[in-house]
Design a protein around this ligand. Structure first.
Ligand SMILES: Nc1ncnc2c1ncn2[C@@H]1O[C@H](COP(=O)(O)OP(=O)(O)O)[C@@H](O)[C@H]1O
Ligand SMILES: [Mg+2]
Length: 238
């Protein structure tokens, strides 16, 4: 689904160069549920925005759904993003003046989808997250957990190949966080590929696989185990 090889991202300002990612290697297969953890500033959001084609990268190679995106122009990238990616952000990013159905329809408009089809998909997505009764409500009338469910519905309405979530429970109390996590787990059981950044170790533990990022690099668990099993370290393990 997603394959990054030796990816790098450098932010340049007049004064400094920041390597947000360096030699970043990661593969995510279709149908996986991966949690990405790591300290603040380690590059998690940078990784996710590049994965979702919201940002370009400086070096390396990125294949999304079998397509090398390195040489795509902005238009091609935004089209691919619109067709294949669903985003869920920490801050929900709903539009306050639009009711829930209209919020969910927004990204579908960019695809030039007909009104009837947009409405059908929006209703279906809202039902999927258990909020059908609230179609005409406005975001401010909902709890944080419900707002995040709407944001998930908005992502789902596009029928994305890949769901990317950046700290989706970061603004929620623990019971709301759990219910959002349960929804993501349910979507995963139904076949969704999910990559979720989280600082919550309990939520991360519920994903199929954890990827730890430090200083813009994936800490390879397998390689670490290999190192620990080497003769030099075996005595300390025993
Ligand atoms: N737009 C930007 N301009 C300059 N530096 C940035 C920008 N975005 C992120 N960075 C830097 O890149 C590094 C990684 O940031 P980020 O991906 O947001 O980390 P995380 O999500 O893990 O907290 C940080 O050092 C951050 O300051
Ligand atoms: Mg971040």
């Amino acid at each position: 689904m997603l394959k990054m090889q030796s990816l790098s991202k450098v932010y340049r300002t007049e004064m400094i160069e920041t390597y947000a990612l360096r030699d970043f290697n990661l593969e995510v297969r279709a149908g996986e549920f991966v949690a990405v953890t790591g300290p603040s500033g380690s590059g998690k959001t940078t990784f996710l925005t590049i994965a979702g084609l919201l940002e370009s990268f400086t070096g390396g190679r990125y294949e999304l759904d079998g397509v090398d995106v390195s040489h795509m122009n902005d238009d091609q990238r935004s089209r691919m993003r619109n067709e294949k990616i669903g985003f869920i952000f920490q801050a929900f990013n709903l539009i306050p003046d639009l009711n829930l159905l209209d919020n969910i329809e927004v990204p579908l408009r960019y695809r030039g989808m007909k009104t009837a089809e947009r409405q059908r998909r929006a209703r279906e997505a809202l039902a999927r997250v258990g909020l059908s009764a609230r179609e005409r409500h406005y975001p401010a009338e909902l709890s944080g957990g419900q707002q995040q469910r709407v944001a998930i519905a908005r992502a789902l309405a596009g029928e994305p190949r890949l769901l990317l979530a950046d700290e989706p429970t970061g603004n929620l109390d623990s019971s709301m966080a759990r219910s959002v996590m349960e929804l993501l787990e349910e979507l995963h059981r139904d076949g969704a590929t999910i990559v979720m950044v989280t600082h919550d170790p309990q939520l991360a533990a519920r994903a199929q696989r954890n990827v730890h990022v430090i200083d813009g690099q994936v800490m390879d668990i397998a390689a670490q185990l290999h190192l620990d099993a080497s003769p030099v370290h075996s005595t300390t393990l025993a």
